[in-house]
Ligand binder design. Structure first.
Ligand code: S3P
Length: 178
């Protein structure tokens, strides 16, 4: 039996959760779930519209409810939103059955990866680099609390996926390999 029922990717915006998650899902045979996509589909609103019409606290409560739901299921690779660490209960729920891996990247690379993006309200408008630096600093300790980290700054999507699959493989008991 596998030790982990799910693989959960957390980390700041632009650290590669969605692209890496898709590849890890293909390799593990797990189903890929992007939490932001699920929230957008269910509410019929984009993330920026949820933030502007309903406010960030509403978005965080939608996220919280979805974490509770997903952590009861298995066989999923979950790309969580970057702010999932703001509520430690989210991480505790995911860690009960999942391998939780935090992806990291330098502020410069995050800026590059999110440059043409308009779907992230916390980085919208002028002064994107300042916003990235400030948010990274504010959340640093929360991301650091997660035991598994992969710095994606200089890695390809394939290399990051390999790292995750190797962590996942180490979580298998000998029985599950037979
Ligand atoms: C957020 C990250 C976003 C999205 C929302 C808030 C955050 O997800 O959930 O814009 O607080 O860091 P990604 O990390 O997938 O961009």
């Amino acid at each position: 039996m596998a030790k982990f029922s799910n693989i959960v990717l957390v980390g700041f915006m632009g650290t590669g959760k969605t692209s890496v998650g898709g590849l890890v899902a293909a390799r593990s045979g797990f189903k890929f779930i992007d939490m932001d996509d699920v929230i957008q589909r269910r509410t019929g609103k984009t993330i920026p519209v949820i933030f502007s019409e309903d406010g960030e606290p509403k978005f965080r409560s939608l996220e919280r409810a979805l974490v509770r739901e997903l952590s009861e299921l298995s066989g999923q690779v979950i790309a969580a939103g970057g702010g999932i660490v703001l509520n430690p209960d989210n991480i505790a729920d995911f860690e009960r059955t999942g391998l939780v891996v935090c992806l990291l990247a330098s502020a410069e690379v995050i800026l590059k990866r999110t440059a043409s993006d308009t779907g992230r309200p916390l980085l919208a408008g002028e002064g994107k680099m300042d916003k990235i630096i400030r948010l990274l600093e504010a959340r640093k300790k929360l991301y650091e609390r997660i035991p598994h980290h992969i710095d994606t700054t200089d890695l390809s999507v394939e290399e990051v996926a390999n790292g995750i699959m190797s962590l996942f493989g180490r979580g298998m008991t000998p029985m599950s390999i037979l």
